[in-house]
Design a binder for this molecule. Structure first.
Ligand code: NAD
Length: 350
């Protein structure tokens, strides 16, 4: 804290990457994922309370930078997040993020947090929460296609929340699969590394695609997908970036977070703009049935929505209270007279 900061000044808690790692270990990964799922479910169940907008995206040739705002009228939140598939080959993350919560009454920030780890956790918790509602009853096995940064989180969430006991890994880069298999050793999951996506899908009731390529990729082709499975499509989350063959989308029932955003960014960008989809909050709130038959193909066309980040930041705010897992940040000006902002600068005059 600088010598110019009065001791009674309101400071904003800042949760660094290091603090987030400490928080995750103090809670435990499975419990953190379960608690996140509870917070996300609670917020999705009060869908109408939220101000909603598709995220604001700045596209470039190499990636995208996005702002994801929402508010429930009392608390405002936003996340800054990027998606740069080529970063990985340069030793950088494909996805990095940070986010903020603020008090709507005053507009003052109440929490600033890293969200790279938190995004992986909340994406996985959302996937598993949705799979618990849509996957065939008694599902035990998941194919995990794309074994990058999100993959262990996805696998562990499916175990903690959706009852998955076996994961079958595939990535075009065997080093990614080896990394994922090693990280999942001794977690309680039975892990099989596969040489082809077809082999990974064999005997799997949940098919997760979590690849990164800024292209209309086809990770799942029509002939690979039989009746009765649940597809958790994570990686197609940007215009011009998809994973699922249109024919599968036509055969299945599609569930999305927020249609105005998913129609721009999700796999359904390949379909007619009025192709029927179900909003997943309606299933979570019990307004619409999820899976209705054993033969049905259910598809969660996930792109990531601002309310999931809001819920995750709410959880972090509640969890760090009373702990040392944050730095108090001097983010708010506090002139003695609110109109004398200039006068406040004199505190630092040499
Ligand atoms: P990452 O770069 O760490 O990993 C991606 C992996 O996909 C790499 O290991 C790569 O080798 C593999 N891959 C690429 N093409 C493949 C193919 N054809 N078949 C099999 N594997 C292939 O990225 P990440 O952080 O794990 O993110 C993965 C994707 O998920 C990104 O596209 C990201 O934008 C998206 N994402 C979505 C959400 C959401 O809420 N829906 C949240 C976070 C990330």
């Amino acid at each position: 804290m600088s010598h110019t900061t009065p001791s009674n000044k309101a400071l904003v808690p800042f949760v660094s990457v290091d603090h987030m790692m400490q928080l995750i270990h103090s809670v435990g990964v499975p419990d953190m994922l379960r608690e996140l799922a509870l917070y996300i479910e609670a917020d999705f169940k009060r869908w109408d309370a939220f101000d909603k907008t598709p995220r604001v995206a700045n596209h470039s040739e190499t990636g995208v930078i996005e702002l994801m705002p929402t508010s429930d009228g009392e608390t405002y939140g936003f996340k800054y997040v990027n998606g740069h598939p080529k970063n990985m080959s340069e030793g950088l993350q494909t996805v990095t993020a940070f986010g903020l919560l603020a008090d709507v009454g005053t507009g003052y920030p109440v929490l600033l947090s890293e969200m790279t780890l938190l995004t992986a956790l909340r994406t996985a918790a959302t996937s598993a929460l949705v799979a618990r509602n849509l996957a065939p009853k008694g599902a035990t096995t998941m194919a995990m296609i794309g074994n990058g940064a999100q993959s262990e989180f996805q696998s562990l969430a499916m175990m903690a929340i959706a009852g998955i006991t076996h994961v079958r890994l595939f990535d075009i880069d065997p080093a990614a699969t080896a990394k994922c298999a090693q990280n999942l050793a001794n977690t309680g999951l039975v892990v099989t590394s596969c040489d082809t996506p077809q082999e990974a899908i064999e005997g799997s009731q949940i098919l997760t695609t979590c690849t990164a390529d800024k292209a209309y990729a086809t990770i799942l082709t029509d002939n690979m997908v039989g009746a009765g499975v649940h597809i958790n499509a994570i990686g197609g989350d940007c215009p011009g970036k998809t994973e699922i063959a249109p024919a599968i989308l036509q055969r299945g029932d599609i569930f999305v977070e927020y249609p105005p955003q998913t129609r721009i960014e999700g796999d359904i960008q390949q379909l007619d703009p009025d192709h029927p989809v179900t909003e997943i909050w309606e299933v979570l709130a019990g307004k619409t049935p999820g899976r209705t038959s054993d033969k049905q193909i259910t598809i969660f066309d996930s792109v990531g929505f601002a309310i999931e980040d809001f819920s995750a930041l709410r959880l972090v705010r509640d969890k760090v209270e009373g702990t040392d897992f944050f730095h108090p940040l001097d983010l708010l000006a506090d002139p003695d007279d609110p109109r004398d902002l200039f006068g406040m600068t004199m505190r630092a005059k040499p």
